[in-house]
Design a protein around this ligand. Sequence first.
Ligand SMILES: Cc1cc2nc3c(=O)[nH]c(=O)nc-3n(C[C@H](O)[C@H](O)[C@H](O)COP(=O)(O)O)c2cc1C
Length: 360
Amino acid sequence: MWYESRITQALNIKYPIIQAGMAGGVTTPELVAAVSNAGALGTLGAGYMSPEQTQESIRKIKQLTDQPFGVNLFVPELPDISEDVIEKANEWLRPFREELNLSEKPEVQKPSASFFEKQIEIMMEEQVPICSFTFGIPPKETVQKLKKRNTVVIGTATTVKEAMANEEHGMDMVVVQGSEAGGHRGTFMGSFEEAMIGTMALIPQTVDHVDIPVIAAGGIMDGRGVLAAMVLGAEAVQMGTAFVTSVESGANVQHKEAILTSHEEQLVVTSAFSGKPARGVQNDFITKMAKHEKELPKYPLQNALTKQIRSEAAKQNRPEWMSLWCGQNPRSSKHQSASELISEILVQVNDIVKNQARRW
Ligand SMILES: Cc1cc2nc3c(=O)[nH]c(=O)nc-3n(C[C@H](O)[C@H](O)[C@H](O)COP(=O)(O)O)c2cc1C
């Protein structure tokens, strides 16, 4: 059958569809469980969660499903940023804070590696079956530790070179994130501009250069996209945007609405919100901050500086200042349950395979 692959076998799932781990509250335990219960793979986006919140969410997921699920983590980045750079960024953010009646500048904690280590401890303690990573490759000892506990480890790449590096580090499989993808770029080798490769070009070149199975991500929203990715050699797909607008998603209503009403030419890549390039719906914050982009503190510091603004903007219904992550295929988004989305994909693929392909 078209849906059987090394990935469905290794992850013990029926369909080669992975709901992307999306940090920031989108991937509620209800969403993760609904996807896994429908025969695909639900993933908790734990990148911004404390180890305690991560553990609590994992336990909730386990109550809602007995099927495999994944947890997605960020490989830590620890840039050394001067107080001057932070001060300057705070100055540029001041007008937004004032308008939102946020008087205080946030206390910014410098990132530390121990946070990530604690999260890995939770993965071990909870025997999480699948763990995916972005923003780099975890240290080899971490990979080995998880694999010893039978956790399948999945990396992220935006170029063939990064996919090969994931393979060399012992990752079991790799997500290739095409330039269409919503959310942060996973690029960790070289400049992000050079790593803006479309999904259709990235899949075949990667499968020709690595032996580990490849998962395609970026702009895939329906059965046509799933089948196309598999024809190009991917053994599963990872979809983000399509699940953000699902009923079970924890995304803010403004975020869901922005995706449901956006067009392909409105999606831009910006570092304004977090200090790391990410694709989302163009808005006033992105436009006003564009001139400062090159001078902003790097991720995760800029992310910490804008956190209050983003959450207060959501509360005050100011979507023009929220980060509205979205891939380049928003016209295909729908507001429906996760299981409806997955069933629809299966119907579409079966229709192409049975009816259309016969005519070609
Ligand atoms: C709202 C949102 C949040 C995301 N957060 C994460 C994340 O925390 N970790 C991660 O590996 N990828 C994240 N991504 C990227 C996805 O893994 C994937 O590459 C992307 O969604 C694929 O493109 P699509 O959105 O067109 O489906 C996020 C994507 C979106 C839309």
